[in-house]
Design a protein around this ligand. Structure first.
Ligand code: MN
Ligand code: MN
Length: 292
């Protein structure tokens, strides 16, 4: 692990967060928010680790604006973005109530407090169920449910979801954290606590690098490998490079099983979801919230 790069990615994330928060207002086009964040990350010396996720109300995660998106910010908006420095990632998210609604504010408080309480007890000796339990209890105290089938995750260099899951409920796991880099991300909802795969959300990832017939598809695939590797990317990033004709090629690559497009994780009954997330570097003797 390269600690200085982990800390740098986290610092850029915190700075971008502080800078963008006052600009996230009702009726600002989502594409404007996404592009402001992505540009600021580059300006500060980082690279977006994945497209800015801007998920509204029942969309819990995995929506990024398309190249011609007209959606305006509204509802309970989750702003989830990540920064990588030489592949070392900081992943974070915050939620904003754009409607001045009590339910939204309470949902946001619930996920934020759950994250804070998890941080308080987090150490290399914590078990996964201890963290899951405190998240679950905190959210229940507000009268809401954690989203049981969404979770935090370990991270490795150039690997956003490196295999270990950090639960948002008591999952009975007595295994403990090991030294490493972890995202913890409680989601709170006034629904039952289950999300389903919804419509596609304009976020792609390289799934299987193999031959493709179309010349444009080949060119795009090379670009993806050079620039994103196995980290997620947005269709609008490809269109910026190759023009709108790239959209068809992207879908062709998706149909050929070379690319995967993420579905929007959507609350099953259309209930509202909030999220809070930070990245933690766990060492034998201390825990650092890198993206605070
Ligand atoms: Mn995230
Ligand atoms: Mn995450």
């Amino acid at each position: 692990m390269e600690k200085s790069k982990i800390i740098k990615a986290g610092k850029i994330t915190s700075d971008v967060k502080a800078w963008i928060k006052p600009k996230v207002k009702k009726n600002v086009p989502l594409i404007e928010i996404a592009e402001l964040i992505e540009k600021k990350i580059f300006d500060l010396g980082g690279t977006p680790a994945f497209p800015v996720n801007l998920s509204i109300n029942e969309y819990a995660a995995h929506y990024t604006p398309s190249h011609d998106d007209e959606t305006l910010a509204h509802g309970l908006l989750k702003v989830d973005f990540g920064v990588e420095v030489d592949g070392w990632i900081a992943d974070n998210s915050f939620s904003v109530d754009l409607e001045d609604l009590k339910i939204n504010k309470e949902l946001i408080k619930a996920s934020e407090e759950a994250l804070k309480n998890a941080e308080k007890i987090l150490s290399v000796n914590s078990t996964f169920r201890e963290i899951g339990s405190i998240i679950e209890e905190t959210i229940h105290k507000y009268g809401f449910n954690p989203v049981a089938n969404l979770s935090g995750h370990s991270m490795e260099q150039y690997d956003l979801h490196a295999g270990i899951t950090v639960p948002n409920i008591d999952n009975n796991s007595e295994n403990n954290f090991e030294e490493g880099l972890y995202a913890i991300e409680p989601f709170a909802t006034n629904g039952r606590g289950i999300v389903h795969d919804g419509k596609k959300g304009n976020i792609f990832i390289l799934k299987k690098d193999k031959n493709t017939r179309l010349p444009l598809g080949r060119e795009i695939l090379e670009f993806i490998k050079d620039n994103y590797g196995y980290l997620p990317f947005a269709s609008r990033w490809i269109i910026k490079e190759f023009g709108a004709r790239a959209l068809l090629a992207l879908h062709q690559l998706e149909n050929e099983g070379i690319l995967h497009q993420y579905p929007i994780l959507t609350e099953e009954k259309g209930k509202i979801v909030s999220q809070a997330e930070n990245t933690f570097l766990i060492e034998s003797d201390k825990v650092t919230n890198t993206s605070k």
